[in-house]
Ligand binder design. Sequence first.
Ligand SMILES: Cc1cc2nc3c(=O)[nH]c(=O)nc-3n(C[C@H](O)[C@H](O)[C@H](O)COP(=O)(O)OP(=O)(O)OC[C@H]3O[C@@H](n4cnc5c(N)ncnc54)[C@H](O)[C@@H]3O)c2cc1C
Length: 304
Amino acid sequence: MAEDFDVVIVGGGLAGLTAGMYAARLGLRTMIVEHMAPGGQVLNVEKIENFPGFPQGIAGFDLGPMVQEQAEAAGAQFSMDTATALEVVGDRRVLHCDGADLAGKAIIVAAGSALRSLGIPGEAELLGKGVSHCASCDAPFFVGKDVCVVGGGDSALDEAAVLAASVSRVIVVHRGPAFTRAQHVAVERLQARSNVQTLFETEVVEICGSETVASVRLRTDGATRVQELAGVFIFVGLEPNTAFVRGVVDLDPTGHVIVDAHLQSSVPGVYAAGDIRQGSSGQLVSAAGDGASAAIFAARFLRA
Ligand SMILES: Cc1cc2nc3c(=O)[nH]c(=O)nc-3n(C[C@H](O)[C@H](O)[C@H](O)COP(=O)(O)OP(=O)(O)OC[C@H]3O[C@@H](n4cnc5c(N)ncnc54)[C@H](O)[C@@H]3O)c2cc1C
């Protein structure tokens, strides 16, 4: 039998934590389900410079717990669990989890995204053995060595800058002709580094090595060549974590939850907030804003 709440929130990133804080402050019995440490994608980010209120920047591993503390102080409860499916039964929305199922009069889906992989030979085999998705976690393993960063967005360039501070050389491999998706400040910061080399219109097609990464095979203009290096850091976009709501709420072709102006999905009482929703700007501050809005609209739905 599922325990009943007013609002059940899936995800303890900035969207989910803020939704939890708002829902609890609105007097709603609130449960946040998170299967890892609260904080979401930025948990490993060394310095966030664009979150309002922190002119000197703030580390992701500081920001997450601060918002969690606010949510808990407001009265939100936490469950360390994985949501596996959503089922609508009359006016109850039942969230099936690996552990205990939960029922909510409203559900806020704030499960964010997971880093996309390249899907090339050697990537899965060498993950954690030179292939990484976290520069600040793994940079110390590559001091004095050459690494490459795959991607051309803000995350890729920020992480390349983190790596450049400790490794010998960073090769940024981007399949586009320029960094059109990255913020100007991130591009300038990278260009100021003497140990960063950029390869445009180039793809990594294979990661090679037996015990650890030894080289990558690069393809430019149809021709391939081998580049020796010790680490491959991959930041090529994100996949929304919507598997557990697929078939229940409407998703767009990229797998994001389709919402209306009140962040409500195709199922009344089921909301989506943050990176997981269609049209999100993919920024922390908008994830927090979405969390607040979703909680307020969910509270109005419950009152109605
Ligand atoms: C490397 C990197 C650097 C970034 N730097 C910045 C920056 O400097 N500034 C900025 O504004 N933005 C930055 N971003 C973007 C920012 O991280 C996202 O916009 C933000 O984290 C979105 O928050 P969210 O709460 O929607 O989702 P997420 O942060 O993805 O949180 C979702 C949470 O849901 C949990 N979850 C997922 N599925 C389930 C499930 N089935 N059951 C239970 N829990 C689940 C996850 O474990 C996660 O904790 C960066 C992103 C990356 C990857």
